[in-house]
Every structure is written in structure tokens, then in C-alpha cells.
Design a protein around this ligand. Structure first.
Ligand code: MN
Length: 254
């Protein structure tokens, strides 16, 4: 039987992870290893300067006082009975599209799994309220089934975004590339009760660079977006261009 590790960045009490865990139970022996509180926008951070505690709050359910990355590495190496066959992260309350990927703790959970050579996928539901987790968990279940059967290409995770609508209103599933998101006025200035200026990151307007076949385009068309993301961040086109056009020996001279 397949062993499946379920994590998230919204914390172990989020209804999104419960929905994902229930969906994964149909495909194998599922375990939750998740942060004890919300760690959204934790990115791919690892806790190295204090010890971590993993509390088994129920059978197969571990609460960790760390990040999603901590949860996956502890799950794989210490908590689960064997190396998992699949790692799923989410279902996140909110989109992880375009440039969100490197901020996202949800995606980081899948990145950590991929580093350990385990097929991994991140699932995000595009809303900030009234979540249709049943829609997202249906597609998470179908995608997990496919990945367990066929695995994934080397060094590749799936970043899945699901429109927050009823399942029957989903128009299709699209294989997409990562889009580009532009945030504007996303830092608010405010005063604390003592009149000191503070900054609060968040909110503001979000614009999108137009692009065909992007994650954003798919979800705007009420389709589920599946982007294969690889961990090798090298820009091979730029590498070739630079090797051809840069005079490297000039950089060596004083
Ligand atoms: Mn989150």
C-alpha cells in the first residue's frame, strides 16, 4: 500500500488539510505532518537554530512547531514508517500562481519532497473566503491517483491551482507554465498607538503580464491549472547567451 505524506502552510487545524487528508486516504496510508500554526509565506525555510517538536496528536497526525519544509523533512526521515510514495501539500486557502511560488510554504512542502526524490504536488484554492474545498479535493484525488500510477519527471513537482467554484462549473484541466505577477501598492504605511511608523506587507493591486498557456490564464477560464515546476533554476537560454556574448576574461582584470 502507498504511503502518502500530507502537509500544508495554513497549519494543522485548517479545513484545507483535513479535506486533502480525507482524499488521500482513498489512495493509501496517509499521514499528516503539518505546522502547529499558520506558516503562510514561510517559503522554503528550514528551522536550524532551535530544536523541533513533533507531537502525535492523533494516530497518523503529527503537529510540528516548524515550517512546512521542517514537516516534510521530519516526516520523510523520522516520523513515517517508510519513505512516502507521494507528498501532497495544501489545500491552501488562496492562490499560488506565478511569482507566488517562491514565497509559498505550500509549494515549499512539495519542493522539499522533490529534493528527496519523492513525487510531490501542491494544491491551492483561489479565494480568500467561502472555500469550495470539495472541488479542490476531488481534483487532488484524481491527480494523486495519476501521479501514484505514473510518477513524475525527474526534479519536477506539480503546482496545482483550482478555481473556487462548484466542481460541475469547472471547464477543464490545463497544463500550464508559470505566469508573472506584478504587485503594486502592496506595502501599507501605518502608525502604532504611540505614533511610530510601521509597514505592513500585503494587499494592494495585483496585475498580470499577459501570457498564453500560463497558470493565471487557465484559472481565469475556470480551468484547473497544473504547472510542472522544476527545481533547477538555471536559465539555460541566458547561460548560452552569456557564454557567447560575455567576455569573461575582462571580468578577471583589475
Ligand atoms: Mn497558506
Amino acid at each position: 500500500m502507498s504511503v502518502i505524506l500530507v502537509t500544508n502552510d495554513d497549519g494543522i487545524h485548517s479545513p484545507g488539510i483535513i479535506a486533502l487528508y480525507k482524499a488521500m486516504k482513498n489512495h493509501g496510508e496517509a499521514y499528516i505532518v503539518a505546522p502547529d500554526r499558520e506558516r503562510s509565506a514561510a517559503g522554503h525555510s528550514l528551522t536550524m537554530h532551535r530544536p523541533l517538536k513533533a507531537e502525535e496528536i492523533r494516530e497518523h497526525v503529527f503537529s510540528v512547531n516548524g515550517t512546512p519544509t521542517d514537516c516534510v523533512t521530519l516526516g520523510i526521515n523520522k516520523l513515517l514508517p517508510k519513505k512516502p510514495d507521494l507528498i501532497v501539500s495544501g489545500i491552501n486557502k488562496g492562490a499560488n500562481l506565478g511569482d507566488d511560488i517562491t514565497y509559498s510554504g505550500t509549494v515549499a512542502g512539495a519542493i522539499e519532497g522533490t529534493i528527496f526524490g519523492i513525487p510531490s504536488a501542491a494544491f491551492s484554492l483561489i479565494s480568500d473566503k467561502h472555500y469550495h474545498f470539495e472541488t479542490a479535493s476531488f481534483f487532488a484525488s484524481r491527480i494523486a491517483e495519476h501521479v501514484l500510477r505514473h510518477s513524475l519527471p525527474y526534479d519536477t513537482l506539480l503546482n496545482v491551482n483550482i478555481p473556487n467554484i462548484r466542481r460541475e462549473d469547472i471547464k477543464g484541466i490545463k497544463l500550464t507554465r508559470q505566469g508573472k505577477r506584478i504587485y503594486e501598492n502592496s506595502i501599507q504605511e501605518m502608525l502604532n498607538p504611540w505614533g511610530e511608523k510601521h509597514f505592513w506587507i500585503g494587499g494592494g493591486k495585483i496585475y498580470w503580464e499577459h501570457g498564453e498557456d500560463t497558470d493565471m490564464e487557465a484559472v481565469q477560464q475556470d480551468c484547473v491549472s497544473i504547472s510542472p515546476i522544476h527545481l533547477d533554476l538555471t536559465n539555460y537560454g541566458a547561460l548560452k547567451f552569456m557564454r557567447e556574448s560575455w567576455n569573461i576574461s575582462d571580468l578577471m582584470e583589475e
